[in-house]
Design a protein around this ligand. Structure first.
Ligand code: PAF
Length: 292
């Protein structure tokens, strides 16, 4: 007997064209569908798939964008070698329940002479912004463009990029974007390493050293939930823990206010631990919300 066909969804549509993408969303919304957008740079892992699954559960129609955005990479960064594997990504998108993949070319998003950027001042200049000048200007510009091309009801981002989602929520609120930003939890390996497309760069030794990022965050959390209130000392211990690990070059490890991202020295009932380090040649970030 032939297997029953249980998947009633239409096959995955892939488009590179802005006009087609807009028309597809318009048609879905005209049918009364709530549309979810999951912006990605591809190299999809379980973290991205959890965003697509959340969109699948909460929306009627799911668009995933795959675009390695050149404007968020600095001149010395890994834009050229950023992992790209469209074929695998499309398969994963289909399996996770996406309806459409928007995969524009660089020329489509940034035509010759492109000159318009959007920037969330202040929040974009601290933490990652200090080490990656211009990074968030590239992120907010491309996210705004993607939301104009895919005028979704909901857009999904990972907590893994804590500062990114803070900045995108602020942009969305301040520019009155007609979209609800939803943030999904960080997905970790069983040993604590936060999933990242850049983890593929790590060799076995570096992979072990990379655990220092999640370790120093979890230690800080345990200390604060265990009753310690000397936040400035805990911050220093986080940095030392990272800095003493071989193959790890610590950039920052600190405790910040959840909304303003300002470094804290006094106890707050809700703090965010944020860390960034180069492990070998690979730059990794992680964070943890700490509620006492
Ligand atoms: O988080 C990412 O993958 C990127 O920064 C995003 C949001 C897709 C913008 O290029």
């Amino acid at each position: 007997m032939a297997a029953l066909k249980t998947d009633r969804r239409a096959p995955l549509v892939v488009t590179e064209q802005v006009s087609q993408m807009r028309q597809i969303v318009w048609q879905a919304q005209t049918r009364g569908s709530r549309v979810g957008l999951v912006p990605t740079m591809g190299a999809l892992h379980a973290g991205h798939l959890s965003l697509i699954q959340a969109a699948r559960e909460q929306c009627d129609f799911v668009v995933v964008s795959i675009f390695v955005n050149p404007t968020q990479f600095g001149p010395q960064e890994d834009f050229a070698k950023y992992p790209r594997n469209l074929e695998v990504d499309l398969k994963l998108c289909g399996e996770a329940g996406a309806d459409v993949v928007f995969h524009p070319s660089v020329e489509t998003i940034y035509p010759q002479g492109f000159a318009t950027f959007v920037e969330v001042a202040g929040l974009s200049d601290v933490l990652e912004g200090k080490f990656r000048p211009g990074h968030f200007r590239g992120v907010t510009t491309v996210v705004l463009k993607l939301l104009n091309i895919v005028p979704a009801d909901f857009a999904y981002f990972g907590q893994k990029d804590y500062q990114q989602q803070t900045i995108i929520r602020r942009m969305s609120a301040e520019l009155n974007l007609p979209v609800e930003i939803r943030v999904c939890p960080t997905i970790r390996e069983p040993d604590g390493l936060a999933l990242s497309s850049r983890n593929v760069y790590l060799n076995a030794d570096e992979r072990r050293s990379a655990l220092a990022l999640s370790r120093c965050l979890h230690r800080a959390r345990d200390q604060i939930t265990g009753g310690r209130r000397d936040v400035a000392n805990i911050r220093h211990e986080m940095f030392d823990e990272l800095a003493k690990t071989s193959r790890v070059h610590a950039e920052y490890a600190t405790l910040v206010h959840p909304d303003t991202l300002e470094e804290q020295s006094e106890f707050l009932p809700r703090l965010v631990g944020v860390v960034a380090a180069r492990v070998g040649a690979t730059r990794l970030i992680d964070n943890l919300i700490i509620e006492a």
